[in-house]
Design a protein. Structure first.
Length: 339
């Protein structure tokens, strides 16, 4: 039996929960702002809200989480808008969590994908949320997982997570989505370089966008990538990553791309890997939260805060080895925990 939204929530947060379940975009935007807040009181409210909405989200048989990454200039936003329009015109509801680099001045998102997906943002069936990375590894905001759950509770059955794609590890997005897509440029000479980075090993689909600019180069790059993928061990024994071509600006290749996504989804569901992947991701998420929580508590510990400045200065000056300083600080932390 599903829990009723509103229990244990303030009147304002109960109204937010009701609005989200009524598929209203404004309450959803407010709820995501709440979970992104670093204020302790906001975090407590956000966790209560998530707990009440959790039974309405995360249903693998109904919702699909798609991660899309690629180098700057590959046309991620154009590709996602074309894909989103293709989907909403076929009666799907699509949420885009466009994770932008953080401004060093304001801490906010720099690129503002909502302004770069003008057509899609005007559709009632779509929701676009630019989110600052806040320095998170792989260009994925720390609160992206929670935002996905809220979007699913709001009735969006396809969640697209766009990452920064600036050369950082993209393990984070691959570890929170059902299918990971890598966008490549056909004539940039970076296909083999990407393999060195290891990002191709994470990809379930590779798409060479802007293929119309140089069809011969796109065909050659696609063949090279197919050969390279056969040399790598696939993520699943039941799925060999596919290589596709597209021209998102013209809407070319989008239908074929989504058919490949559907083929992947059916294969993974039929073999039971889809649900297993979700379970493993949930457990990995738990441990990630434990790690970040322990680090936060460590830094807030009174004894640690008292000893840290002097030890940090001593380490910087070469007077104390880093390993010894770390041990002393951990001992301070362990005293309170009686470890």
């Amino acid at each position: 039996m599903k829990s009723k939204p509103g229990l244990g929530l303030s009147a304002a947060d109960a109204e937010l929960a009701a609005g989200i379940l009524a598929r209203q975009r404004r309450p959803l935007a407010k709820a995501i702002t709440l979970i992104e807040s670093t204020r302790h009181d906001h975090q407590a409210r956000a966790q209560a809200l998530l707990e009440k909405l959790l039974p309405y989200s995360g249903q693998a048989e109904k919702c699909l989480r798609v991660g899309i990454s690629g180098v700057p200039g590959v046309g991620k936003s154009t590709f996602i808008e074309a894909l989103g329009m293709h989907l909403v015109e076929r009666s799907h509801r699509v949420a885009v969590l466009a994770v932008d680099p953080s401004s060093t001045l304001s801490g906010g998102a720099i690129l503002g994908d909502k302004t770069r997906m003008e057509r899609l943002s005007q559709r009632e069936e779509a929701f676009i949320r630019p989110t600052p990375t806040s320095g998170s590894l792989g260009g994925v905001a720390e609160k992206t997982r929670e935002a996905m759950l809220l979007c699913e509770a709001a009735g969006f059955e396809i969640i697209i997570v766009e990452t920064v794609g600036v050369g950082q590890s993209e393990t984070a997005v691959a570890g929170m989505t059902d299918v990971f897509v890598l966008l490549q440029l056909p004539n940039a000479g970076d296909d083999l370089q990407a393999i060195k980075k290891g990002i191709v090993e994470l990809a379930d689909l590779v798409v060479f966008n802007k293929a119309d600019l140089d069809p011969a180069a796109a065909e050659s790059a696609a063949r090279q990538m197919e050969l390279a993928l056969h040399l790598l061990r696939p993520n699943s024994p039941h799925w060999q990553p596919r290589v596709l071509q597209s021209c998102a600006a013209q809407g070319q290749g989008i239908a074929a791309f989504w058919q490949a996504i559907e083929d992947y989804r059916k294969t993974m569901q039929d073999t039971g890997e889809f649900a297993a992947k979700r379970r493993h991701q949930a457990q990995a998420w738990m441990w990630a939260l434990i790690d970040s929580g322990l680090q936060a508590r460590f830094r807030q510990h009174p004894a640690v805060r008292r000893e840290l400045p002097a030890l940090a200065t001593a380490v910087e000056a070469g007077e104390v080895p880093p390993v010894l300083a770390a041990e002393r600080l951990l001992d301070c932390f362990k005293e309170k925990l009686h470890l």
